[in-house]
Design a protein around this ligand. Structure first.
Ligand SMILES: Cc1cc2nc3c(=O)[nH]c(=O)nc-3n(C[C@H](O)[C@H](O)[C@H](O)COP(=O)(O)OP(=O)(O)OC[C@H]3O[C@@H](n4cnc5c(N)ncnc54)[C@H](O)[C@@H]3O)c2cc1C
Length: 488
C-alpha cells in the first residue's frame, strides 16, 4: 500500500486526462494520473477536428503528431438526403486540417507525453472510491489490476474517466440524458477498401441512409473505419428478426457512397457496437473538482466533436487550476468560469448537430423526429447565451433580439441551408450580385465561428475571464497580459 500526495489527481488517461495532466505538469504542478487500462487500449473516436492543432502546440506535441504518420484530414465529405458537398477546413488565410487517428496509438502517444512532462502515471489502476470533506473530494482509494491498494490524497481532482463518469454517476448522480440523439452505433474496419476520390485528403465521409447515417474514416494502417448510426428504437425493432451483422450489412449496402468504396473489401474482425446517447452533468466543476471531456458531457458523434471537447475542456480546466494554485483567481471563480465556458462550447455544438439533422435528414420522418431537441434538453437562457456568439456577426440577417430558445435550432437550420447552397454554387460566385456574395461570405464567417472556442481571447471572455497561454492560466479581460502566439 502506498500513500501519495499530489497536488492534482487525474482519473482517466484518454485525450482529456492526458491533456490536462501534461499541461499542468508543464506549469510545474505535481500531478498523478491513474488509468484503469494498460495502454495501448482500443477506443472509438478517430476523426479529429482542426481545433486539436492549437492544443498540440500548447502541449509541445505538434511536431511528434505531424511526424507520426496519422492520416491527415483536410475536411469532410457529406452526402446527406440527396445533397452532396465538401467542407474544406482551410482558407487561404488559415491553413487548417485535422487527423484521422487510430485511438489506441494516439491515446498512448498523449499519455507517454504526459509522463515525459513529469506526470506520475499509474496504468492498470482504477480509482475505486473517493472520500469527501464537505463536498470536496480529498482522497482516493485506487486498486491495481492485481489487487494492490494505493491511497492518494490531493488538492484537486480532474475527473477524466470518460463515459464511466466516476463523479457524476457514482457521487453527484447528476448525469442527464437528452431526449434527442438516442442513437446506437455499429462499426467495423475494412481492408482493401477504396479511398474517396474527392479533392480533400483524408476526408471523413458522412452520409445519410434511410436507416440513419454512416461514417467512413480512412486510417493510416490502410483500413477504413465504417460505422452505421441508427435510432435505438429502430435497432430494437430490427433485432427481433435480424442479426446485428445483417442489419449492418444491409445499411452499408444502402449507401451509394459506401457501396463502391467497399467493393472487393473485407471486414477485419468482429463488429463493435455502442450506444451514443447524448448527455450532460448538471455541474461540470465545483471547488475541488473538474469534470473533463466525456466525464462531463457527450454529444452525438455526427460532427466528430468528442476529442475536441475533451481537449478543449482539459485546457480550460488546467488553466483554472494553475491560476488558483498561483493565487491569481479564487477557486470558485475558476470553477464557475470553467462550468460556463465548457457548457457554452457544448451547447453550441448541440445546436449545430441538431440543426444539421433537421436540415438534411428528411427522408426518414421517424429518425428526424427522434433527433429533435426538446425543451427538456437544455435551459433556454444558457442556449441563447451560447448561440448569440454564433449569430452575433450577422445581425443584418437575423434579429438577435428576437431570438428565443425554441427558435434557435430553426434559425441555425436556415443558416446552414443557405450556407451550404451558397458553398455548393461556389463556381457561380463570379456571376452573382455583390450583395449576395457579401451575405454568403457573412454566413461563411458564422459557420467558421462555430469552430472558434469561447474564452481564449479577451473578446470571447466568459464572466470577465479568459485563458492565457504563457504561463497557462486565467486573466481578467481588460488587464494587460502576455499572450504567447502559437496559433496554428
Ligand atoms: C460511436 C462513437 C463514435 C465517435 N466518433 C468520434 C469521432 O470521430 N471523433 C471524435 O472526436 N470523437 C468521437 N467520439 C467521441 C470520443 O470517443 C470521446 O468523446 C472521447 O474519447 C472523449 O475523451 P475522454 O478523454 O473524455 O474519455 P475517454 O477517451 O473515454 O477516456 C477515459 C479513460 O478513463 C479511464 N477510466 C474510466 N474509469 C476510470 C477509473 N475509475 N479510474 C481510472 N481510469 C478510468 C478509461 O479506461 C479511459 O481510458 C465517438 C464516440 C462514439 C460512441
Amino acid at each position: 500500500m502506498s500513500d501519495l500526495r499530489p497536488q492534482v489527481l487525474v482519473a482517466g488517461g484518454g485525450p482529456g486526462g492526458s491533456t490536462a495532466a501534461a499541461l499542468l505538469a508543464r506549469q510545474g504542478l505535481d500531478v498523478l494520473l491513474v488509468e484503469k487500462a494498460v495502454m495501448p487500449r482500443y477506443h472509438i473516436g478517430e476523426s479529429l477536428l482542426p481545433s486539436c492543432l492549437k492544443i498540440f502546440d500548447l502541449l509541445g506535441l505538434r511536431e511528434r503528431i505531424e511526424g507520426y504518420g496519422f492520416q491527415r484530414k483536410d475536411g469532410g465529405y457529406f452526402d446527406w438526403a440527396g445533397e452532396v458537398w465538401e467542407v474544406d477546413f482551410s482558407t487561404p488565410a488559415k491553413p487548417l486540417y485535422g487527423f484521422q487517428v487510430i485511438r489506441s496509438e494516439f491515446d498512448q502517444l498523449l499519455l507517454d507525453h504526459a509522463r515525459e512532462q513529469g506526470v506520475t502515471v499509474w496504468e492498470g489502476t482504477e480509482v475505486r472510491d473517493l472520500a469527501f470533506e464537505d463536498r470536496r473530494p480529498v482522497r482516493a482509494r485506487c486498486e491495481t489490476s492485481d489487487g494492490e491498494r494505493r491511497d492518494v490524497s490531493f488538492d484537486t481532482l480532474v475527473d477524466a474517466s470518460g463515459r464511466a463518469g466516476l463523479m457524476s454517476r457514482r457521487y453527484l448522480k447528476n448525469r442527464r440524458y437528452h431526449d434527442a440523439f438516442m442513437n446506437v452505433a455499429v462499426w467495423g474496419y475494412w481492408r482493401d477498401a477504396k479511398r474517396l476520390s474527392t479533392g480533400l485528403t483524408g476526408a471523413i465521409a458522412t452520409c445519410s441512409i434511410p436507416l440513419g447515417w454512416t461514417w467512413a474514416i480512412p486510417l493510416h494502417d490502410d483500413t477504413l473505419s465504417v460505422g452505421v448510426v441508427l435510432h435505438r428504437d429502430r435497432l430494437k425493432q430490427l433485432r427481433k428478426h435480424q442479426s446485428l451483422e445483417a442489419i449492418y450489412e444491409s445499411a452499408v449496402a444502402s449507401s451509394r457512397v459506401l457501396t463502391p468504396l467497399l467493393e472487393g473489401a473485407e471486414l477485419t474482425g468482429p463488429l463493435r457496437s455502442e450506444t451514443d446517447y447524448s448527455y450532460a452533468a448538471e455541474t461540470f466543476a465545483e471547488p475541488g473538482y473538474f469534470l473533463v471531456g466525456d466525464a462531463a458531457c457527450f454529444l452525438d458523434p455526427l460532427l466528430s466533436t468528442g476529442v475536441h471537447l475533451a481537449m478543449f475542456s482539459a485546457l480550460t480546466a488546467a488553466a483554472g487550476i494553475a491560476s488558483v494554485l498561483r493565487g491569481e483567481v479564487e477557486e470558485e471563480e475558476a470553477t464557475t468560469f470553467y462550468d460556463s465556458t465548457f457548457r457554452r462550447a457544448y451547447l453550441r455544438m448541440l445546436v449545430v448537430v441538431s440543426s444539421f439533422y433537421q436540415t438534411h435528414v428528411e427522408k426518414d420522418v421517424h429518425f428526424k423526429r427522434a433527433q429533435r431537441l426538446s425543451a427538456r434538453d437544455y435551459q433556454g437562457e444558457e442556449l441563447i447565451d451560447a448561440f448569440i456568439n454564433i449569430v452575433s456577426g450577422v445581425e443584418d440577417l437575423y434579429d438577435v433580439e428576437e431570438l428565443r430558445a425554441d427558435r434557435l435550432v430553426d434559425v441555425m437550420t436556415r443558416l446552414y441551408d443557405e450556407h451550404y447552397s451558397f458553398v455548393r454554387r461556389r463556381q457561380d460566385w463570379e456571376g452573382l450580385p455583390l450583395d449576395e456574395i457579401q451575405r454568403g461570405m457573412a454566413r461563411l464567417r458564422v459557420v467558421d465561428d462555430v469552430q472558434e472556442e469561447f474564452s481564449l481571447t479577451p473578446r470571447t471572455a466568459t464572466n470577465g475571464l479568459y485563458v492565457v497561454e504563457d504561463p497557462l492560466g486565467l486573466a481578467r479581460a481588460g488587464h494587460p497580459v502576455t499572450v504567447a502566439t502559437s496559433s496554428p
